[in-house]
Design a protein around this ligand. Structure first.
Ligand code: PMT
Length: 411
């Protein structure tokens, strides 16, 4: 199964004979739908030209600090990646990474990234077996670095033994599998995403700045975790994530109907949509004409989808978002109780945060616990959120506090 669509792979290429295989790996990653950025060490350029990897990745290839600065700063590049794969990773590279060196661009990126780091070792069998390399491998493994390979077999130098880089197809499969956690295998997840539009007249509406990126990332992450995912989406310009069933709606009322139609068959409900809190009491039948007089719109509360679901007698595990401009923790805790949620994901919004942005930062609250998810691209954050949801769901914390006792409908 391919889970690489829209994933950001930072491919590090170091100076070994297997560097020629990086070209095929780059091609396969692109064909699987991944975005690839290549970082080469100076020694790698002796084995394969940057131009080849630039043509195959469709992106500039980075090897020096100034190049990284020109297109994307090295910290930005480290943050950009969902996975860092160094293939081939020479004995020297393993040693440098084990030491935590930062004196070339690739080593610095590996140190700066919070994305999982994968290494595909490639070296002579005696170098692989050497005690120094064994120690470096152990050090790296103990820090959570994943080693892919090496394979055994005939080597370019004529030796036979362990040290061959895994073939590009095997590396592709391993990277793809790394996005498949199976944490929600067998479960049904319903997600809302995007804004709603509340009609004022046939051509105007009240809406908000939600792009749908966060909710779509949650739907994609749930599908990768093995769930059957249905996504009820407000109007956005995003493609449907792979293996997700999507229904498009416009207003809060339509979103509520679409959710209620599906919720009986749902284990976990995640409300990431920015649903209108108020809507015009009545939409004008014809376009409202412009006059010099001020215009007053009378608004009424829109249905609260999450609160409606969480009060159903047979409710799923309910996850809400809390979008706050101030006093995040207090409001989020209050919202969790007011809406009887199993978990709430709070994010600061406004002034370029939360809405529309590619990155986000979340503070999760549940009965008796909380966790902070540091700033990261929304897809990565969504995968972490799904891990937390799966853990809470599996821990059997599906019995929320009795929110009605504390209900405060201003939350
Ligand atoms: O779409 P993006 O551009 O990526 O931006 C992401 C986001 C900021 C929209 C997202 O991370 C987020 O915070 N979504 C919830 C926005 C919101 O409406 O928050 P709220 O605090 O007003 O609502 C609390 C919860 O109740 C939310 O889960 C919301 O979906 C739900 N709700 C609110 C009102 C309503 N009428 N019905 C609801 O179901």
């Amino acid at each position: 199964m391919n889970s690489l669509a829209n994933k950001r792979i930072l491919l590090g290429v170091t100076g070994g004979i297997a560097a020629y295989k990086s070209a095929e790996l780059t091609r396969l990653l692109r064909r699987a739908g991944a975005e690839v950025r290549v970082v080469m060490t100076a020694a790698a350029a002796d084995f394969i030209t940057p131009l080849t990897l630039q043509a195959l990745s469709g992106q500039p290839v980075y090897s020096r600090w100034d190049e990284a600065g020109a297109a994307m700063g090295h910290i930005e590049l480290a943050r950009w990646a969902d996975r860092v794969l160094v293939a081939p990773a020479t004995a020297d590279t393993l040693a440098r990474l084990a030491q935590g060196r930062a004196d070339d661009l690739l080593s610095a990126l590996c140190l700066a990234t919070t994305a999982p780091l994968y290494l595909a070792p490639a070296m002579n069998q005696a170098m692989w077996r050497h005690a120094a390399t064994r120690d470096n491998v152990e050090t790296l493994r103990s820090r959570g670095v994943r080693l892919l390979g090496p394979a055994e077999g005939e080597q370019a130098c004529g030796d036979t033994g362990p040290g061959r880089m895994l073939e590009p197809e095997a590396l592709l499969a391993a990277l793809s599998a790394s996005f498949e956690s199976g944490a929600l295998a067998g479960l049904k997840v319903l997600v809302t995403a995007g804004p709603t539009r509340e009609a004022i007249d046939p051509v105007r509406f009240m809406g908000n700045r939600s792009s749908g990126k966060m909710g779509y990332a949650v739907a994609a992450a749930a599908a990768e975790a093995g769930a059957r995912v249905q996504l009820v989406s407000g109007p956005v310009a995003l493609p449907c994530p792979p293996r997700v069933e999507r229904v498009m709606v416009e207003s809060a009322a339509e979103m509520l109907d679409a959710v209620l139609e599906r919720v009986a068959d749902t284990d976990i409900f995640v409300a990431a949509a920015a649903v209108a809190d108020y809507r015009p009491q009545a939409a004008a039948a014809d376009k409202i004409k412009k006059t010099v007089q001020p215009l007053t719109l009378r608004l009424e509360p829109a249905p609260d989808i999450l609160a409606t679901v969480s009060r159903l007698p047979q409710r799923p595990f309910c996850v809400g978002f809390a979008a706050e401009t101030a006093d995040l923790e207090r409001h989020a805790r209050k919202k969790r109780l007011a809406k009887s949620l199993d978990l709430v994901a709070a994010n600061r919004v406004g002034r370029g945060l939360g809405f529309e942005a590619d990155d986000n930062e979340l503070h999760l609250f549940w009965e008796g616990g909380d966790a902070r998810l540091a700033r990261a691209p929304k897809p990565r954050l969504a995968r972490l959120l799904i891990e937390h949801i799966a853990a809470r769901y599996r821990a059997g914390l599906a019995h929320p506090p009795q929110g009605d006792d504390h209900a405060d409908h201003t939350a």
